[in-house]
Design a protein. Structure first.
Length: 417
């Protein structure tokens, strides 16, 4: 072997030995993956491979968008570095340990694997925020609520309405701290509360309940119905009692009565019906009336009705038909009573001049005002006797008009009396 070749081999040996002695192993970061805010937590960084008699600087970094130094430790003789930290929310993220040889730039630094630290801040002080500022509004509007704790992270939320858990549906959307109800109805009214929750290590659970926020969703008024009855003041004076009512609508409701010329009267009430009193003259057409209802978000209109009352007038007629059973026997019979005229008739049936009420053991009455009244009978001994009907104005029974009397025997045969 030549001398020059030996020198090259020897040089390579010493270079290799020096390179091995000048290499750092990868440090290992040891510490919790989850920590509570304000708690003191220790992180450890251990470097098992390093040159002898070389001071090693071990640094703890948070490495997300840009590295942030959290602590330093100088290790001699491969001591394990200890980094005590008072945990802050800003500590959450990826942590890593960097090992550097101090005062020797020829040794390349090494880096540990990253370890994610989750920082939990117990939730406190939950509060419901209404972005629109409106807690009372009409149906059909959108309700938006947000749950805002004063402190806390990694929070999950639930919503309560009148003490019952709110679940998601087609028109109700719940996500994170957000509750949204599209096209609200009065059923969405009530006391809302949000519950904010977070947990540490799946063992410690923290909860914050908000104060209740009362939401009132008001029903819009429905189309009002209008009708009237007649009140007899004395023998010569009458009034129309005009009733206006809605099936829906959160009070107070303002009802207005109109004729073709304009407003007749209006009133605001804490209910869904009202009665207006209008002077009237029997037998004369006094025009048309309409009712309007409004509870704050639009007016609804009734149909127009004619204000005319024709007094009952004769003659009063009574007709009949019947049903036949076996052996051609009459088993049931129907009497029909009708007046020649009258807008608001009242019908009364009599058997042997005794008033029959709406239902008895062998009969029942079906009134179909103003056209007629029907008396339906089962034929037998109980139904035998003389029948007639009387018709009067529903508001004045002093001028009743009678029909002719028909006699019914137990076989179902009739004759006029």
């Amino acid at each position: 072997m030549s001398a020059s070749l030996f020198v090259v081999i020897l040089g390579l040996y010493y270079c290799s030995k020096e390179s091995y002695q000048s290499t750092l192993g990868r440090p290992e970061l040891i510490g919790p993956t989850e920590a509570l805010v304000k708690r003191v937590v220790d992180f450890y960084c251990e470097l098992k491979i390093s040159p002898e008699n070389v001071a090693i600087l071990l640094q703890l970094f948070k490495v997300d968008k840009s590295p942030k130094l959290l602590g330093e430790y100088t290790s001699l003789d491969r001591e394990v570095a200890v980094f005590p930290m008072v945990i802050k929310p800003s500590h959450e993220g990826n942590l890593t340990c960097v090992a550097k040889a101090q005062n020797n730039s020829n040794i390349e630094p090494t880096v540990s694997d990253t370890q994610y630290l989750k920082v939990v801040e117990p939730v406190k002080g939950a509060k419901i925020v209404v972005p629109s500022g409106q807690v009372e509004f009409f149906e059909g509007k959108t309700l938006e609520l947000r749950c805002k704790p004063t402190v806390g992270n990694h929070v999950s939320y639930s919503w309560m309405l009148n003490g019952q858990l709110v679940s998601q549906s087609r028109l109700l959307y719940v996500a994170d701290d957000y509750l949204l109800i599209k096209r609200t109805t009065s059923q969405d009214s009530g006391s809302y509360m949000c519950v904010a929750t977070n947990e540490f290590n799946k063992t410690d659970v923290f909860t914050a309940n908000s104060s209740e926020v009362v939401i009132t969703v008001k029903d819009l008024v429905s189309i009002p119905d209008i009708s009237f009855t007649v009140l007899k003041e004395d023998s010569h004076n009458y009034s129309a009692m005009v009733a206006c009512q809605t099936t829906k609508g959160t009070p107070p409701v303002t009802f207005s009565l109109y004729n073709r010329r304009g407003s007749v009267d209006n009133v605001t009430v804490d209910k869904r019906d009202v009665t207006f009193k209008v002077p009237m003259v029997l037998g004369r057409h006094l025009g048309w009336l309409q009712c309007q209802a409004n509870n704050g978000d639009g007016i609804e209109y009734s149909q127009w009705i004619s204000l005319e009352v024709v007094p009952v007038g004769g003659p009063v007629t009574m007709r009949y038909d019947y049903d036949i059973g076996e052996n051609y026997a009459v088993i049931s019979l129907r009497f029909y009573c009708k007046a020649a005229k009258g807008s608001l008739p009242r019908y009364q049936w009599f058997l042997n001049k005794t008033l029959l009420h709406d239902r008895g053991s062998f009969y029942y009455v079906v009134n179909q005002p103003p056209e007629e009244s029907v008396l339906i009978l089962s034929v037998g001994r109980s139904s035998t006797g003389s029948y007639h009907c009387e018709v009067s104005d529903s508001f004045d029974n002093t001028t009743a008009i009678s029909s002719k009397m028909l006699y019914l025997d137990k076989e179902g045969f009739l004759r006029v009396r």
